[in-house]
Write a protein that binds this ligand. Structure first.
Ligand SMILES: Nc1ncnc2c1ncn2[C@@H]1O[C@H](COP(=O)(O)OP(=O)(O)OP(=O)(O)O)[C@@H](O)[C@H]1O
Length: 271
């Protein structure tokens, strides 16, 4: 079986409010998969149904492998120490703590602190370590790097890539499009309770990013131009600048960011 997770016509409502309208998608074994959507789109609800933490109205969820779930912040007792929490989770899962895990997530450096004394980044590292104690095949991360500084974010990205290199499947919800673009193999976009896109970031670009963005930096500043036909527009822009005697310092051409494509997808879904 090459799918780690299969979701078929999953429906979930809170009272009269239908949050997931029979959504279907698959997550392949060994991939990093992101669930995207604006605030309130239903990402956490979908993840919690998949994780078995929430009941759903109808549909089917198939999980092929052992799951590890990263805790939300402040879900541990305030005075517990990192290694005590690890021991508790290991005992609960009837496993031994793997030293590599402690080392790779830097838990020795924070072992004397209580949970309440840990920084956001340290808490995230501990939460990830706890999710990995049972040596799961599929790891769920809900906004894993929210509130982290650049260093903390990059270090967590390395940890997540490391999981992929161990052939584990990672499923995450995130609002950080740059993070998703560099980290994830495939994405699904939830909008108004439906999956409006599921595929790779470049497939999304091909679907949405028809336009090119030409960024030109001159001694007078930077300007961005949109173009459907890059060659004609670029040549005429450069011709104009040359005529004016303006020196070109840098030129970049791209097809837009994941963030722009995500916003465009959301806009189209509204229409
Ligand atoms: N326990 C609940 N009872 C009633 N409504 C809920 C409950 N949990 C979530 N909702 C509603 O369901 C919708 C989806 O919420 P959910 O938390 O799944 O969205 P999300 O995409 O994870 O949002 P965010 O990006 O803000 O975390 C929202 O309208 C929210 O108000």
């Amino acid at each position: 079986m090459s799918n780690a997770i299969e979701i078929s016509r999953l429906k979930k409502s809170y009272g009269n409010d239908i949050v997931l309208k029979e959504i279907s998608f698959q997550i392949t074994k060994g991939e990093i998969f992101a669930l995207l959507g604006i605030n309130g789109a239903g990402k956490t609800t979908a993840l919690e149904c998949i994780e078995g933490l929430k009941n759903y109205d109808s549909g089917a969820i198939t999980i092929n492998g052992k799951m590890g779930i990263q805790l939300q912040s402040s879900s541990l007792p305030a005075h517990i120490k990192p290694m005590e929490a690890m021991q508790l989770f290991a005992k609960w899962n009837k496993v031994k703590i793997d030293d590599t895990l402690i080392h790779s997530l830097g838990l020795r450096e924070i072992e004397k602190k209580q949970y309440v004394q840990l920084s956001t980044g340290q808490k995230r590292r501990l939460h990830l370590a706890l999710a990995l104690v049972s040596n799961p095949d599929i790891i769920f991360l809900d906004e894993p790097t929210a509130g982290l500084d650049v260093e903390g974010r990059l270090s967590l990205h390395d940890q997540i890539r490391n999981l992929k290199s161990q052939r584990k499947t990672v499923v995450l919800a995130s609002h950080d499009m740059a993070e998703v673009e560099t980290l994830c193999d495939r994405i699904a976009i939830l909008n108004d309770g439906k999956i409006v896109f599921c595929g790779t970031a470049s497939e999304l670009t091909n679907k949405i990013g028809k336009k090119y963005f030409i960024h030109i930096k001159t001694g007078r500043g930077s300007e961005t131009f949109e173009a459907d036909n890059i060659e004609n527009v670029l040549l005429s822009l450069l011709g104009e600048l040359k005529q004016k005697g303006t020196k070109v310092l840098d030129i970049k051409v791209d097809r837009g960011t994941l963030e722009q494509h995500f916003m465009e997808m959301a806009r189209r879904a509204e229409e």
